[in-house]
Design a protein around this ligand. Structure first.
Ligand code: CA
Length: 230
């Protein structure tokens, strides 16, 4: 993070929820700017250069999806959608448009902050490109040497499994849709082959997780996709 005090923008038209998010972030020393519409949110985002945006979907002058579409043409600021819409299609659409995470109302302040911190951590990790070694559970990964070890023993991964693991490691703590994973690992020709993702997540879990039936690293986001947690 380049700034001493991180800046957050809360785009939400319900005053009580906007206030709850603002107070939660301020307790963690964020400087918070508020907006209650898509258009105001875009103006604030341009002028404040935020570290994170918290975004409602149902706004008086349009949908949060419009905001994501617009801002993604000029900014890669982390966007966490905070919405009462529980339908999986909405989550998938928002994530595919470029949102980074999704929180369903009602949420606890603790969960909100955990998601915000995860985004900031990920951002500082990806901006500091030196990071090519990872450790989680009993696994060590060196992306430069292309070596994966479990308890110091070389772990054999197929090329697809390795690409999938590398993709997960560089997108930690973020919900990834099937489509994003297919694009990132297999490329545009296999975008409809959702079963690939399921199959290879299964084989990765068998190799990486202590208990593949109750994974703690390769987490399923039901109906949406996956999230990797180190
Ligand atoms: Ca709303």
């Amino acid at each position: 993070m380049s700034k001493l005090i991180p800046v957050a923008i809360v785009i939400e038209d319900e005053p009580d929820i906007r206030r709850l998010i603002k107070v939660t972030l301020e307790l963690e020393n964020f400087m918070v700017f508020e907006a209650s519409s898509v258009s105001r949110g875009l103006i604030e985002s341009r002028s404040r250069q935020p570290e994170v945006v918290l975004l409602d979907l149902g706004l008086p002058d349009g949908s949060g999806m419009d905001f994501i579409r617009d801002i993604r043409s000029w900014s890669d600021v982390p966007i966490i959608v905070v919405s009462a819409r529980t339908h999986e299609d909405d989550k998938i659409a928002a994530l595919n448009l470029g949102a980074d995470d999704y929180l369903t109302k009602p949420f606890s302040p603790g969960e909100l902050m955990a998601r915000v911190r995860a985004q900031l951590r990920r951002r500082s990790m990806t901006s500091n490109k030196g990071e090519t070694t990872f450790r989680f559970g009993r696994i060590d990964v060196d992306l430069t040497a292309r070596v994966v070890k479990r308890d110091d023993e070389i772990l054999h991964l197929t090329p697809i499994e390795y690409r999938l693991l590398a993709f997960l490691l560089t997108h930690q703590n973020t919900v990834l849709t099937h489509r994003q994973i297919l694009l990132g690992v297999w490329g545009p020709n296999d975008i409809e082959n959702h079963h690939y993702v399921r199959i290879y997540m299964g084989t990765l879990r068998k190799k990486l997780e202590d208990d593949p039936v109750q994974p703690i690293h390769v987490i399923t986001e039901t109906g949406v996709g996956y999230r990797f947690i180190a």
